[in-house]
Design a protein around this ligand. Structure first.
Ligand SMILES: [Zn+2]
Length: 308
């Protein structure tokens, strides 16, 4: 399985609840545990400003490029502006694009044309809207990758967003696109306050445990796959975890692994390409966040082994 990753995702944003270090730790852990080999990793190129413009407004991109952000823009984004920050996230959007092209067999540099699953140690920046960034998300990587695929003739796309926070930016961007099915399971009483409607939204009460969560997911997945997507993006947020600082659900590590397994199996049964992005994760111990992300990628590699 190919995994997009760059060491440059470890962006210096100062002391922050968002641990950009997790990307490097996930990469290290995958190698140390023998889940991935060095040849499995692909270094993305940054998304071009033209690609970003498939989703984002010219005014917003100009602000990001020049740093002409008002204090309220920075407060909403919750990240300090710097060239390094913008370049790091542009690269991260490129990683999701690259994983999508690989999963769909469109990556020209790959020798095999038929990859079905690709992962990205990054991405899932689902709070970014067309005209502004918020909640640590400067650009909406999945939305940009969806538009890139659509420009290449892959039109029907599903987004399965299981981050603990609602995918407000993604839902709003695709609100009127009948070719994109957006599905979100999230904690209802959590950021973002305003939750634009996804195609299918399931808001969970505070403190929801594994069994209830997995039952709802199992019930919803057939609805998503009935859309017959030609590609599925999965935002495998680690923040529904019981010890997350920004989440209020009570999923265990084992429950999260079962969640991943359910999604991967459902997409695989439909023979759709699958693109996995990490999204959020703010556990008190960063090792927990890393272990949850690593488990997601490990489950995806198991799919490959069964197929081979
Ligand atoms: Zn989140």
């Amino acid at each position: 399985m190919k995994i997009a990753y760059s060491a440059r995702y470890h962006i210096d944003i100062g002391l922050h609840v968002f641990p950009t270090l997790k990307y490097r730790l996930v990469h290290e852990s995958l190698v140390a545990l023998g889940i991935a080999r060095s040849e499995d990793f692909v270094e993305p190129r940054p998304a071009s400003w033209e690609e970003l413009a498939l989703v984002h407004t010219a005014e917003y991109l100009e602000k990001m490029r020049t740093g002409a952000m008002a204090p309220e823009d920075v407060a909403q984004l919750e990240l300090p502006w710097s060239d390094e920050m913008v370049e790091g996230f542009r690269l991260m959007v490129g990683g999701t694009i690259q994983a999508a092209l690989i999963a769909c067999g469109l990556e020209v540099r790959s020798l095999t044309s038929h990859f079905r699953v690709a992962a990205h140690i990054g991405g899932g920046l689902h709070h970014a809207f067309a005209n502004h960034g918020e909640g640590f998300c400067p650009f909406n990587d999945v939305a940009v990758a969806v538009r890139v695929l659509q420009a290449r003739g892959i039109n029907r796309i599903a987004v399965i967003d299981l981050d603990v926070h609602h995918g407000n930016g993604t839902a709003f961007i695709f609100e009127s696109d009948p070719n994109v099915f957006t599905f979100s399971i999230h904690q209802q009483h959590n950021y973002p306050l305003w939750k634009p409607r996804s195609t299918l939204d399931i808001g969970m009460p505070d403190g929801t445990h594994d069994a209830t969560y997995l039952r709802e997911l199992q019930r919803a997945l057939p609805q998503v796959m009935a859309f017959t997507p030609q590609c599925v993006f999965y935002l495998a947020g680690a923040d529904p975890y019981e010890d997350d600082q920004l989440g209020g659900l009570r999923l265990t590590k084992d429950g999260l692994r079962q969640r991943d397994r359910m999604v991967i199996d459902a997409v695989r049964a439909a023979a759709s390409p699958l693109v996995i992005t990490l999204a959020g994760g703010y556990a008190r111990r960063v090792e927990d966040t890393v272990a949850i992300h690593v488990a997601t990628i490990e489950e995806a590699t198991k799919t490959r082994k069964h197929e081979n």
